[in-house]
Design a binder for this molecule. Structure first.
Ligand SMILES: Cc1cc2nc3c(=O)[nH]c(=O)nc-3n(C[C@H](O)[C@H](O)[C@H](O)COP(=O)(O)OP(=O)(O)OC[C@H]3O[C@@H](n4cnc5c(N)ncnc54)[C@H](O)[C@@H]3O)c2cc1C
Length: 152
């Protein structure tokens, strides 16, 4: 579906917002991301990209750059907290080729998505906190408007 001519505002430049912004841009929309933070970044540790997540990465054209930043998982083991006893083990080696399970640092994934989004023409505005979203008919054929305004 072509979105050429549509103007879309994405609230939040996290993993979800950046992936959505890139996907919408790849379909021709004019996309702006409003992020409240002063930088596009992620704290925390790793994130597991499961086969369904990898399908999204593939659709965005980012499999190779993701794989180059990631470690391929061989297994996921769930353990009981107090005892450490194994509760469940997912043998990831049994997944078919092309359905890998990857572990990547969150900061690397966000940086990858933000770089690709910017390169595709997505406008990312920082220090913009969305205060209100008004759904429904909007001026100049926009189906929704988001009002971003600087925090300070
Ligand atoms: C402990 C933990 C472990 C997880 N592990 C995994 C995993 O292994 N694999 C996996 O697939 N998922 C995992 N998840 C889920 C995954 O982290 C989330 O699905 C994902 O981060 C959601 O992305 P998001 O962009 O929607 O939200 P977020 O990553 O929370 O990003 C939201 C962004 O929006 C901005 N924002 C918020 N409000 C506003 C506003 N009003 N105006 C402007 N900007 C705003 C924030 O500053 C932030 O940058 C885990 C989650 C947790 C908590």
């Amino acid at each position: 579906m072509s979105l050429t001519g549509r103007r879309i505002v994405v609230a939040g430049g996290g993993i979800g917002g950046l992936a959505a912004a890139l996907a919408l841009r790849q379909r021709g929309a004019e996309v702006r991301v409003l992020e409240q933070a002063e930088a596009i970044t992620e704290v925390g540790a790793g994130i597991q990209v499961s086969p369904n997540g990898l399908r999204v990465i593939e659709a965005l054209g980012l499999v190779q750059p993701l794989v180059s930043r990631a470690s391929r998982g061989r297994a996921v083991v769930l353990r009981d907290g107090p005892s450490g006893a194994q509760v469940l083990r997912l043998d990831l080696a049994r997944l078919p080729e092309g359905q890998g399970y990857h572990f990547v640092h969150r900061a690397d994934l966000v940086e990858l998505l933000a770089t690709a989004a910017r390169a595709a023409g997505v406008e990312i505005r920082l220090l913009q906190k969305v205060r209100a979203v008004t759904p429904g008919p909007a001026p100049r054929s926009r189906s929704a408007t988001a009002t971003g305004s600087a925090e300070n």
